[in-house]
Design a protein. Structure first.
Lengths: 297, 276
């Protein structure tokens, strides 16, 4: 039941001010960025208005830029995989524990997210260095005799991204686990399935929607992360967001920076969209399949 | 099955293994933040973890550096103002979204909730380009406007949780007794969603206070926020212990707000709602 009658006036009274504020300070800037990405730039003249996809062509045909795009996608996929593997036990614990244990784990998960990314990355800088704690521990335990190179590597970037984004994967999986009827697992166990088989055949397939949401979230946030890859990877392992900032602030070439920002947006949202589209197609196919079976009877 | 003693033992071992795993990951999650905080206590002239000796001299050193104090002040003011603006907008948007089932809400969602979905580098650059053209590119006002845009989606999502939990009949009763729509909202709905507004404010505050990318694009010598100041200093002297002291100051402010947030939000309720 709704309180207010569906009146445009009532809606407008609430929504008009927010719409106006976001139109001016958010929607217009986004459109101006798209528009600027088609302009040209000359160091001596500045921005030259044009409708020219030149910077897009330059980006997509140059091996240097494509290599950086490739690395960005690679570390994002690796971080997605790492969080997916690490998050399952965390999700189970989040749902089965109570009181301060549950709260502490939640706070531990959220802490890297709400602490400024610059501080968290700085922390990794201290821990992952040649003489950092991680290397001291690894050598002390005899895992390695030489200090591991973690700073300025893709591995280091993946560690940093996994750390910040684990919360999204854990909460997504926990949310879909919560909806599962506990009797299903009990039934499987009573029919003789081992706990592992029960998890593999019953619980895991039912958490797939949450896993998918988590993967999409972690992937897109990894693609656009800035502080973590820039501080851990540095200029030696550049990612796309670093390139965009460098182009706009050091070289002042806003049109090229805008074009790269559009590429970043499209490759992030594009992959997310493709996954969604695939789901819909498969769902449709499944429905048609079911109809065909019905009709065949 | 679980009545058999060995089955019980197995269950206990499994619980223990799970708890140990969770503890390990909690250490992983806390490690960099603990490293910064404890590293700032070192007596040596370079950052080291574990710290060598204990001293608070690096915290005292901050006070002789007005640059960082000014940056801290600016960050605090911007975060407070933008979090407040975010919950005001958040209440309006949440009420419009929940109480009016109109198609126009797609527009409202598209305008107000999407900033969180776009890469912050993308939005930061868009703000730089556009705000410069509008004439307030390097000003504190531009910084404030940008932070409002970025923080509001979080406030809206949390306040929506509150609004969904309010029985609309209560407001209707007030209306039938002669209260105007705004009076009914102010006296009935607002007190009932106050907890979600507090949660929304804290989250928006933390998002603004820690935001690096957006502020980085809009920074001029006059509008340096604390994360930007740390970022810039890290390029020159990453091993200066004073930087870890400033960073842990940032952590402490965030922790205080986070603990307040945990106290206001009923976590069980949040998880339940999230699962639906």
């Amino acid at each position: 039941m709704r309180l207010d009658t569906i009146s445009l006036k009532g809606w407008l009274a609430l929504a008009l001010v927010p719409l106006a504020i976001f139109a001016v300070f958010y929607v217009v800037p986004v459109f101006q960025l798209f528009w600027l990405s088609l302009s040209r730039f000359d160091p001596s003249v500045g921005i030259i208005p044009a409708v020219d996809p030149g910077y897009f062509i330059e980006f997509l045909t140059d091996g240097y830029y494509l290599g950086i795009l490739g690395r960005t996608v690679f570390v994002s996929l690796a971080a997605t995989l790492a969080t997916a593997i690490l998050a399952y036990p965390l999700a189970i614990y989040l749902l089965t524990s109570k009181g301060w244990r549950q709260t502490s784990l939640l706070v531990a998960l959220v802490l890297p997210l709400v602490t400024s990314s610059i501080v968290v990355s700085y922390g990794w800088l201290i821990l992952l260095g040649q003489k950092g704690l991680v290397n001291n521990l690894a050598m002390g335990l005899g895992i390695t005799s030489e200090p591991l190179q973690l700073m300025y590597t893709d591995t280091g970037i993946v560690i940093g991204l996994t750390h910040v984004l684990l919360v999204f994967m854990s909460l997504s999986i926990a949310a879909s686990m919560q909806g599962i009827d506990a009797n299903l697992a009990k039934a499987a166990r009573s029919l003789g399935a081992t706990p592992w088989t029960t998890f593999r055949k019953i619980t895991f397939p039912l958490t797939l929607p949450g896993l998918r949401t988590g993967c999409l979230l972690v992937f897109s946030l990894s693609m656009s992360a800035y502080a973590t890859p820039v501080l851990i990877g540095g200029s030696r392992r550049k990612v796309l967001s670093y390139l965009i900032y460098q182009q706009s602030s050091s070289l002042l070439n806003w049109p090229f920076a805008a074009a790269m920002a559009v590429v970043l947006l499209v490759s992030t949202l594009g992959i997310v969209g493709l996954v969604r589209l695939y789901e819909r197609v498969r769902k449709n196919a499944a429905r048609h399949g079911a109809v065909a079976v019905e009709a065949g009877r | 099955m679980s009545h058999r003693p060995d089955g019980n033992l197995l269950e206990k071992a499994k619980r223990g293994a799970l708890a140990a795993y969770v503890l390990l990951l909690a250490i992983f999650l806390a490690a960099p933040i603990v490293a910064i905080t404890l590293g700032s206590l070192t007596a040596s002239n370079y950052v080291s973890f574990p710290p060598q000796g204990l001293t608070l001299k690096w915290y005292a050193a901050i006070f002789s550096q007005p640059v960082y104090l000014r940056a801290l002040l600016l960050s605090l003011v911007i975060a407070c103002l933008s979090a407040t603006a975010a919950i005001v907008i958040g209440v309006l948007v949440a009420l419009a979204l929940h109480r009016y089932p109109t198609r126009l809400n797609v527009l409202l969602q598209g305008f107000v909730l999407t900033p969180v979905m776009l890469p912050s580098i993308f939005i930061g650059l868009a703000f730089l380009i556009s705000y410069t053209r509008m004439g307030f590119g390097g000003s504190a006002f531009g910084l404030f406007a940008a932070h409002v845009v970025v923080a509001t989606p979080f406030a809206v999502s949390l306040i929506l949780l509150g609004v969904r939990g309010v029985n609309p009949v209560l407001e209707m009763a007030a209306r039938s007794l002669g209260a105007s729509p705004w009076r009914a909202r102010r006296l009935i709905t607002l007190p009932l969603i106050a907890w979600s507004m507090a949660a929304g404010w804290s989250f928006a505050f933390m998002m603004s206070f820690g935001s690096l990318e957006i502020s980085l694009f809009l920074n001029t010598p006059k509008t340096v926020t604390l994360p930007v100041a740390i970022y810039t200093a890290l390029e020159w002297s990453p091993l200066d212990p004073m930087l870890t002291a400033i960073s842990s100051g940032l952590v402490i402010v965030t922790l205080i707000v986070l603990l307040l947030l945990v106290r206001t939000v009923k976590i069980d309720q949040l998880m339940k709602r999230g699962g639906q």
